[in-house]
Write a protein that binds this ligand. Structure first.
Ligand SMILES: *Cc1c(COP(=O)(O)O)cnc(C)c1O
Length: 336
């Protein structure tokens, strides 16, 4: 028998989950990438979790939207940046389940015309978009709760999902993803390695890192997770990820064996959602060498970070977390 028992995620939790993503996502090796990155790198194609709702957020939404359904919500409220992948994925999932998406986005009016990338999809889906200033966005949790109360008073039950879907429940999506990787490694022992030295991915709100930290060692995928920050800093994320992981641990019947967490904040580039010229050149090189298309806000910066780390792990599992609509909203930055 294969080593199925350690990968049995649902033996460990009774959390409800909807099937929204196309799973398992492929786990691939691109020899041309190894040369560019300077180490052995396998890619978990979580950019291919779905259609328009693809990316890492849909894994979290399988758990979050299950709770929204259990609460009989008619409206789903969430938040993010103007080009938020999470807000867009939530809008798709909400519509699929017959709910109205309401998105509180950090930005300024007027909105860019024509609509591009995630904003275009938000519009297509008929999401109610509320633009708030950075100061207002700083109070997003309080504001979303107030908004939910307003809907409820008007007779429409509302469910609030925090930024990035990053709470304990959402993080279960990435604990489950690690069980999924374990099952893949066990099913194809000749094509795939037995395990990895580290799981590496872009970190924006901490939920993915929390789930990977709880699942990677538990399911013997890797002893270490490397979270490449694309905003804030190492101290912020160490605290944030620990808080979310504590919240996530509540859903498990037993303590999970945690992977070592390493947050790296050296490769954020000039600012959130702004890549350096070197990062743009790297994204271009990766696309041309391997046919792997990274985004300039998250996955591109994270793989760039791995390529530029002085002490790269020997065998890496890189989570391609998606973000293609964000790239397609950046034609000015990428046209040569
Ligand atoms: C949200 C996002 C991330 C970061 O995941 P968090 O769980 O928010 O840290 C990485 N890549 C892409 C493409 C994303 O949209």
């Amino acid at each position: 028998m294969q080593q199925t028992e350690p990968a049995d995620f649902f033996a460990l939790t009774s959390a409800a989950r909807l099937s929204l993503a196309h799973l398992p996502t492929p786990l691939e090796h691109y020899p041309a990438l190894d040369a560019l990155v300077g180490t052995e790198v396998w890619i978990k194609r979580d950019d291919a979790t779905a259609g328009a709702e693809a990316g890492n957020k849909i894994r979290k939404l399988e758990f979050l939207m299950a709770e929204a359904v259990a609460h009989r919500a008619e409206v789903v409220i969430t938040c993010g940046g103007l080009q938020s992948n999470h807000a867009r994925a939530t809008a798709v999932a909400a519509r699929r389940l017959g709910m109205q998406p309401v998105l509180m986005l950090r930005g300024s009016l007027p909105l860019p015309e024509p609509r591009e990338g995630n904003l275009l999809l938000d519009e297509l889906l008929g999401a109610e978009v509320l633009i708030v200033t950075p100061e207002q966005y700083a109070e997003r949790d309080r504001r979303m709760r107030a908004l939910a109360n307003e809907y409820t008073e008007r007779g429409r039950r509302a469910y609030v999902i925090p930024e990035g879907g990053s709470n304990g429940l959402g993080a279960l999506g990435y604990v489950a993803a690690m069980a999924e990787v374990r099952a893949q490694l066990d099913a194809e022992p000749t094509r795939l390695p037995r395990a990895f030295d580290a799981v590496i991915h872009a970190c924006g709100s901490g939920g993915t890192a929390s789930g990977v930290m709880l699942g990677a060692a538990q399911f013997a995928v890797a002893p270490q997770v490397i979270a490449m920050a694309v905003c804030d800093d190492r101290r912020y994320f160490e605290e944030r990820i620990a808080t979310i992981a504590t919240d996530a641990a509540r859903y498990f019947k037993q303590p999970l064996t945690r992977a070592t967490l390493r947050v790296i904040d050296d490769f954020k580039g000039p600012a959130y959602a702004v890549p350096s010229a070197e990062q743009v050149a790297f994204i271009r090189a990766v696309a041309r060498a391997a046919g792997v298309v990274l985004d300039p806000v998250y996955s591109g910066k994270a793989l760039f970070g791995l390529a530029n780390m002085p002490d790269k792990p020997a065998r890496c599992l890189f989570l391609h977390t998606g973000g293609l609509p964000g790239l397609l909203a950046e034609s000015r930055r990428f046209s040569s």
